[in-house]
Write a protein that binds this ligand. Structure first.
Ligand code: LLP
Length: 428
């Protein structure tokens, strides 16, 4: 973990050692580029935890999952599709710790079938899940995701604790859930808490006490605890990294207290998504129009909220830089609004929560220059859509100075796959 304050450049000519001009010449725009070394570094930061369980919802490209598996992490899955992805890259269904854990608040038909077929470990987020699993697969071990009654996230939409949240088993219902598990002969071997995404150390630290209490209620069957995800990363120059060592120490103390109480070892898991992959990712777009609307100067680029939805959804801030097409890096800066190509006013990358458009200081740029949206590796591509019949972008992984296309840009055929025009009825 770097201890200095974060600083983002306003001009960028390369990503992971490769010239942006070369990347766009090969892969066109918009394109997501991921730097493998950045992910490896973040995995390194968390080595003190016994288990790093990657929350693949942040970025589930197979190449990223493969990298993470090779670096010794295990994985979380929230859907049948995420289970299939984990299996496809070679995570085995069984092991200690379980290589794949299904963590959700419901089983849908597909996920339930896969969980049963592969006998996957389930982290139950509702009392109904305990009953549904217990009825058809008694005798298994499960873990419970507990909502401790409080939460915190970078946005209200990413706060997963408290009574406004649909996530987890309400803490006061834990004794009832233990009875349910008992009735079905399910062993409760772990407690998990995830209070929100993009939270801060203060809130994260509060979880330790709540988890200790819940684990104490369950008792000696507990062999693992999970701190969930939520670790923030800096998105603005001047922001600092969370002190991961201090965070680990809170949890290590909690784990040790439980070990004393139970008289056996308790494994400590962390479940990061954003922390592992946010900083590795860059979304490169081309500036296609520069226009003035009254007092505002707009850069319109060929990526929109179909590619990166975080600004329109949460008013999320992403650092931006200009990659000059002519290589001239000496440019004055002006205040601009940055928007995309979609036919919707909200398709603006410079906006605050509530949809308020704001300006950003960026180098003077023109049509043909590139705009790079940075810290875009987490919840970027995966939240993309085909709105306005835009194809999903290509994804490229740079490893050891080599660029690899890890997902092709969608084609028109991909866009209409599965659609049908009913055969015309005979005229009446
Ligand atoms: N574990 C569970 C059970 C989760 O629901 C999540 C995130 C994580 C771990 C990973 O959280 P992280 O370490 O990435 O904060 N789309 C939003 C974030 C939604 C997070 C959903 N759950 C965004 O773009 O900020």
């Amino acid at each position: 973990m770097p201890d200095s304050k974060c600083s983002f450049p306003s001009i960028r000519t390369e990503i992971a050692g490769l010239p942006i001009s070369q990347l766009v010449a090969c892969y066109e725009t918009p394109v997501y580029v991921y730097d493998a070394a950045a992910i490896e570094q973040r995995i390194e930061d968390l080595q003190a935890f016994d288990v790093i369980r990657y929350a693949q919802k942040a970025n589930s490209n197979l190449a990223i999952l493969d990298l993470i598996r090779r670096r010794g992490c295990v994985v979380d899955a929230v859907s049948a599709g995420e289970i299939e992805r984990a299996l496809a890259v070679g995570f085995s269904p069984h092991g200690d710790p379980p290589p794949i854990v299904y963590t959700a608040d419901i089983f849908d038909q597909e996920s339930f079938e896969l969980v049963l077929k592969h006998d996957l470990h389930v982290n139950c987020g509702s009392p109904d899940m305990i009953d549904q699993l217990g009825q058809v697969a008694p005798g298994r071990n499960i873990t419970l995701r507990i909502n401790p009654g409080f939460g915190h996230g970078h946005s209200q939409k990413t706060n997963t604790g408290g009574q406004q949240s649909k996530h987890g088993i309400w803490h006061e219902q834990l004794p009832d859930c233990l009875l349910r598990a008992d009735r079905h002969g399910l062993g409760v071997t772990g407690i998990h808490m995830h209070i929100g995404s993009g939270t801060d150390l203060e809130h994260l630290a509060q979880v330790c006490g709540a988890l200790q209490q819940a684990a104490g209620t369950v008792g000696r069957t507990i062999t693992s605890i999970s701190a969930g995800g939520g670790l923030p990363v800096p998105y603005r120059s001047g922001e600092e990294y969370v002190p991961v060592d201090a965070y680990f120490n809170f949890w290590d103390q909690t784990r040790k207290l439980l070990e004393q109480q139970f008289g056996h070892a308790v494994s400590l898991e962390i479940e990061p998504g954003r922390y592992l992959v946010a900083e590795c990712g860059y979304l490169i777009a081309e500036i296609r129009a520069v226009k003035r609307m009254g007092d505002n100067m707009f850069y319109l680029v060929d990526a929109g909220f179909n590619n990166l939805a975080r600004p329109i959804l949460y008013g999320a801030y992403h650092p931006m830089s200009i990659a000059p097409a002519d290589g001239n890096t000496k440019r004055e800066e002006i205040e601009v609004v940055v928007g995309g190509p979609l036919c919707e006013s909200g398709d603006i990358f410079t906006q605050e929560e509530g949809g308020f458009v704001c300006r950003r200081r960026l180098p003077i740029a023109g049509v043909g220059d590139y705009l790079v949206l940075e810290v875009a590796g987490a919840y970027g591509f995966v939240m993309g859509s085909n709105y306005n019949s835009k194809p999903l972008a290509a994804e490229v992984l740079v490893r050891d100075g080599q660029a690899h296309l890890v997902r092709s840009r969608q084609t028109f055929e991909d866009l209409i796959r599965g659609e049908r025009i009913p055969s015309s009825r005979p005229a009446p």
